[in-house]
Design a protein around this ligand. Structure first.
Ligand SMILES: Cc1cc2nc3c(=O)[nH]c(=O)nc-3n(C[C@H](O)[C@H](O)[C@H](O)COP(=O)(O)OP(=O)(O)OC[C@H]3O[C@@H](n4cnc5c(N)ncnc54)[C@H](O)[C@@H]3O)c2cc1C
Length: 406
């Protein structure tokens, strides 16, 4: 079995893992990223980037490359109810240059981060083998084992970082409990339609006769629709067949009903998202830190996942550097990350749950109150606070450039 010894072993080459690996390598440490996918030809989720993430990607120097590959600059997040705009969160009220949402294939973001990582001599990206075991010295995590047979390898490190997503294997291997919060009444069926001249130019919660839908332009030339259905109701719905499902969706988005009928031919043309929030009970133990979706998971409303994943990486960077310099990978040292970051994450979970209730729930009273509340909110200072919170999250999160040597 081949063996590699580094300062940091980052499991997962998604937005959280690659951002952190890049920062650690630019700080002069030896880093290995272990990614289970063989290549960048894999499935990606999450296309809407918030200004907070854009500003950090810019500081990392990868934003110009992402932008050049193409994407859509969207100015508003709107709640549209039977043709009436009830809420219009306008990003142009934010300070330039990042006063917009950016709709971009996540692959573009990953490719640019990956390219930047490959430019670091002290960083190896090991692709095509999953982490399936942790190595322990007593209770301290000291490395991982990846792959099997001839491809098996061992990576030993001062600290292992779990950045392996919402169903984190590393979290399970470390026996860290995960608290799933059933804060949402809906799951979401995602699909794309060719949009051509029917682009929406913003991100919308769209309400009409059927169940609400989330809509946004998806680069290039498509419209992404997330149709909401009762939480855990998919099996019952699917059992009624594709034509029934299409009817329901067409009722929900009448302007695109023709495209729904023409373009969707089977249930396989759609992806079900089990919507839940949740957090790992602890984000650090001796020799191990959890970041991104592995530490906390979010619902789709307000497009927060990538933003938070990148901010986690930026926030974990100085904590990990301090731990390495002090030769102290204890829970107490690494737990500093959780102490700094958990309050911001809990705020996001609470806000998303309120947003989902206000925008997606149905019922006579809620339907009657929604326009009144939306109008009232638009004229209070809360509106600006909500915009700031969705767009930037914790504004204190900044890259510690004094730690960067390359
Ligand atoms: C349908 C859907 C739509 C979404 N839309 C948005 C959106 O519009 N905007 C937004 O901000 N967020 C969105 N999100 C959330 C967003 O995709 C995630 O929050 C974000 O990708 C989390 O980044 P991460 O790096 O923590 O994890 P991930 O992106 O999940 O990356 C984890 C990586 O770890 C790898 N991995 C997993 N297990 C192992 C293992 N055992 N060994 C080695 N590698 C492993 C995976 O292959 C993957 O590359 C959406 C999510 C879904 C499911």
């Amino acid at each position: 079995m081949n063996r590699l010894e580094v300062d940091f072993c980052v499991v997962g080459g998604g937005p959280a893992g690659l951002t952190l690996a890049l920062l650690l390598a630019r700080s002069g440490t030896r880093v290995a990223v272990v990614e289970k996918a063989k290549s960048l030809d894999r499935e990606y989720r999450g296309e809407i980037l918030q200004p907070g993430a854009l500003a950090l990607l810019d500081e990392l120097g990868v934003w110009p490359g992402i932008r050049q590959r193409g994407g859509y600059q969207l100015s508003r997040f709107r709640l549209v109810d039977r043709g009436r705009v009830l809420m219009n969160i306008d990003y142009r009220a934010l300070p330039a240059p990042f006063d917009f949402l950016f709709s971009v294939p996540q692959r573009h973001v990953i490719e640019e981060l990956h390219k930047a990582c490959l430019g670091q001599e002290n960083l190896s990206v090991l692709e095509g083998a999953s982490v399936h075991s942790l190595i322990f010295d007593g209770s301290r995590v000291t490395g991982v084992i990846r792959g099997s047979g001839e491809r098996a390898g061992e990576v030993r490190a001062h600290c292992v970082v779990a950045a392996d997503g919402r169903y984190s294997k590393v979290r399970k291997l470390a026996d860290i409990a995960y608290d799933r919060i059933e804060a949402f009444e809906h799951d979401v069926l995602w699909f794309k339609l060719p949009a051509h001249e029917r682009a929406v130019h913003d991100v919308q919660v769209f309400r009409d006769a059927g169940s609400p839908a989330l809509l946004h332009d998806s680069y290039p030339g498509r419209l992404q629709i997330g149709w909401t259905l009762p939480h855990r109701g998919y099996r019952q719905l699917a059992a009624r067949g594709i034509e029934h499902v299409k009817e329901q969706i067409a009722r929900a988005v009448p302007p695109y009903a023709d495209l729904v009928h023409e373009e969707i031919t089977s249930l396989n043309d759609m992806t079900l998202l089990d919507v839940f929030a949740g957090t790992a009970r602890t984000w650090a133990r001796d020799g191990l830190v959890l970041i991104g979706d592995s530490a906390h998971t979010h619902g789709p409303i307000g497009a927060q996942g990538v933003n938070l994943a990148i901010q986690d990486a930026v926030c974990a960077h100085p904590v990990l550097m301090k731990s390495l310099r002090a030769g102290d990978p204890s829970t107490a040292a690494l737990g500093e990350f959780e102490r700094l970051r958990r309050p911001a994450i809990e705020k996001v979970i609470a806000l998303q749950s309120r947003q989902a209730k206000a925008m997606l729930s149905t019922g006579r009273i809620t339907n009657a109150l929604r326009p009144v509340l939306a109008r009232a909110l638009a004229h209070t200072p809360v509106y600006r606070k909500v915009l700031d919170q969705i767009a930037f999250g914790d504004r204190q999160v900044r890259i510690h450039s004094e730690l960067l040597v390359a």
